[in-house]
Design a protein around this ligand. Structure first.
Ligand SMILES: Cc1ncc(COP(=O)(O)O)c(C=O)c1O
Length: 406
């Protein structure tokens, strides 16, 4: 059982949770897919639309609002990641953020890209298309197995080859929940000879979940979204490009937000910062929604406090599930993250995809939301800092009961 929060914290948690309409009618365990939005975010988006319609929609005042709101968002995200604001680009989602450095690198035939075997299909597909167009070779290194033991850094390092130019890796693996030692990985990649290997991080599962200091890690590219652990609206994310790498990564999709112009509006060069990768008109009211969601989290507690609670809850869930003889945890130890994945074993001790699908379906009918993953085929439950210990206990009890009924 999870240690109960103090009565004071419990009361604060209830007040906080009451602000999320999505939490009112279910037990939600899909934060890694999409976070629920607080009412303050919904209201802020609605108010932003009304402000823009009242003042414009196209006018000097609305243009000023857009300038201020985009700058404020870049600053908020830069503070969250501990990076200079000039290094931030606003994007739509993780995948767009990954595509920017992927397509912006000056690929030469014979170059190699290294991915782990735990990357998201959308990112793998982009890399494969780059491979096809530019005759770049793609390698995969087996870090999935390290969830059962072993050193992911050593596995990555062993897979680097003389012509490897880029490593694509997730900070927290979406399938095993494993938190990778990013600074160490970057250090090994940058020290690689004969040429340093740059590191592109898929940060879908880390931003909004854990404290971050990207400047200290020296990572080159870090792509994330506001709609998962940050609980912002879908359609707004960000990309950090290490300042020294910015000149080397050419924009691929280009528009008026990417460029500087002369007095006749002729393009005369890129924006001297992360705006060079932004393109054109966007759904600007989303900015107000993400700001409101991030403000709510900050008011609750520091990123360190929130992450510690996430890890406590996930460790409790991991321990309760792994005690059942028909369950095999995808990670041999409780992951240092809010992602807990498990397999259900059949009579022969083999994972049973059918049972995974059935369990998720049955629990959804009872308003407990989890999901299946395909690689490895398993069930994933996510906990956030505002998940209740009663929800964790009820989920593990219900899963055990379901298993005993089979
Ligand atoms: C590891 C990982 N990468 C990428 C994505 C895709 O995210 P987005 O839709 O924001 O591009 C996800 C979404 O689940 C993910 O978990």
């Amino acid at each position: 059982m999870v240690a109960s929060a103090s009565p004071d914290i419990t009361a604060r948690l209830q007040t906080l949770r009451a602000q999320f309409p999505a939490l009112a009618n279910k037990s939600y365990f899909n934060f890694g897919g999409q976070g629920p939005m607080p009412a303050a975010a919904l209201t802020a988006i609605d108010q932003a639309h009304r402000t823009l319609q009242t003042a414009g929609p196209f006018s000097g005042r609305t243009n000023q609002w857009i300038q201020q709101s985009t700058l404020a968002m870049r600053k908020t995200l830069a503070d969250l990641l501990h990076v200079p604001v000039a290094a931030m680009t606003l994007t739509e989602d993780v995948t767009v953020g990954c595509n920017i450095p992927l397509w912006g690198m000056d690929w030469q035939a014979g170059d190699r890209i290294l991915l782990t075997d735990c990357e998201h299909p959308g990112i793998i597909a982009a890399v494969q298309e780059i491979s096809r167009r530019f005759q770049v070779a793609v390698d995969f290194c087996p870090i999935l197995a390290t969830a059962q033991g072993g050193d992911p850094v050593a596995v990555i390092e062993a897979a680097l080859q003389p012509h490897t130019r880029l490593l694509v890796v997730s900070h927290i693996l979406w399938n095993t929940g494993q938190l990778l030692p990013l600074a160490e990985i970057v250090q090994r990649c940058h020290a690689h000879t004969p040429t340093p290997v740059w590191v592109l991080v898929d940060a879908a599962q880390s931003v909004g979940m854990m404290p971050l200091d990207l400047t200290a890690t020296e990572v080159d590219f870090y792509a994330f979204t506001g709609h998962k652990w940050c609980c912002g609206p879908a359609g707004l994310g960000g990309l950090y490009v290490r300042p020294a790498a910015q000149e080397t990564i050419a924009p691929t999709f280009i528009g008026w937000r990417s460029i500087q112009t002369d007095a006749q509006a002729n393009p005369i060069g890129w924006q001297p910062n992360g705006q060079r990768y932004e393109v054109a008109t966007s759904d600007y009211p989303l900015l107000a929604g993400l700001q409101a969601a991030l403000t709510l989290h900050q008011a609750w507690g520091t990123p360190e406090v929130r992450f510690q609670r996430i890890c406590e809850l996930s460790a409790a869930l991991w321990q309760q599930l792994q005690a059942h003889p028909s369950v095999r945890m995808v990670s041999a130890t409780a992951p240092q993250s809010g992602l807990i994945a498990f397999e259900i074993l059949d009579a022969a001790g083999q994972p049973s995809p059918q049972q995974h699908v059935q369990l998720v379906k049955d629990l959804e009918a009872e308003t407990m939301l989890l999901r299946i993953l395909l690689h490895p085929h398993c069930v994933r439950a996510c906990v956030h800092y505002f998940t209740l210990e009663e929800e964790v206990n009820a989920l593990s009890d219900r899963i055990k009961q379901w298993l005993n009924e089979q």
